[in-house]
Design a protein around this ligand. Structure first.
Ligand code: AMP
Length: 148
């Protein structure tokens, strides 16, 4: 009963445009940046993962602190010199969670299970910004418990 009521709620089919962090506010790196640069951006921004873009702001992948740390682990020690020799493209994950700007809340919610953020694109596939897991939770909390 509760499940049926919830499933018929209109908010599930709303698009997420108002929740998107626009491209100009998204921290990112480029494929040919060094791992050292990427690690600096990640640590300074406080984010665990950020998108990798090319010069035309096209999406190439995702780079994370975990991927970088994994790539510099030697057998017995952390090999810091690899931070200079490896590029972002050597270790990034090219699998991305993407959703069109017109995508619905329910699609975004499903994608957010395995992705801390979703890359939002226009109809031509151009990157427009990101939708974070926390913004989806804030929205859900508002719809379920704060709206009268
Ligand atoms: P949150 O749900 O707010 O914790 O955000 C989830 C993840 O999205 C963060 O851990 C970052 O990896 C990424 N993220 C959030 N905001 C930004 C931003 N402005 N630029 C780049 N990545 C971000």
């Amino acid at each position: 009963m509760i499940r049926e009521t919830l499933k018929s709620s209109t908010f599930l089919n709303e698009n997420m445009k108002s929740l998107i962090i626009p491209i100009e506010k998204v921290a990112h790196v480029q494929q040919n940046n060094s791992l050292e640069h990427a690690l600096l951006v990640l640590v300074k921004s406080g984010y665990t993962a950020i998108p990798v873009l090319d010069r035309d702001s096209k999406l190439n992948g995702v780079i994370s602190k975990a991927l970088i740390l994994d790539s510099i682990l030697g057998l017995e020690r952390i090999e810091l010199d690899r931070l200079h020799t490896f590029k972002v493209s050597d270790v990034m994950n090219s699998k991305l969670a993407t959703l069109k700007m017109s995508g619905t809340f329910s699609k975004a919610l499903a994608l957010s299970i395995n992705n801390p953020f979703i890359c939002m694109t226009d109809d031509d596939g151009a990157f427009k910004g990101i939708l974070t897991r926390s913004s989806l939770l804030v929205y859900l909390n508002q719809e379920l418990f704060q709206k009268k």
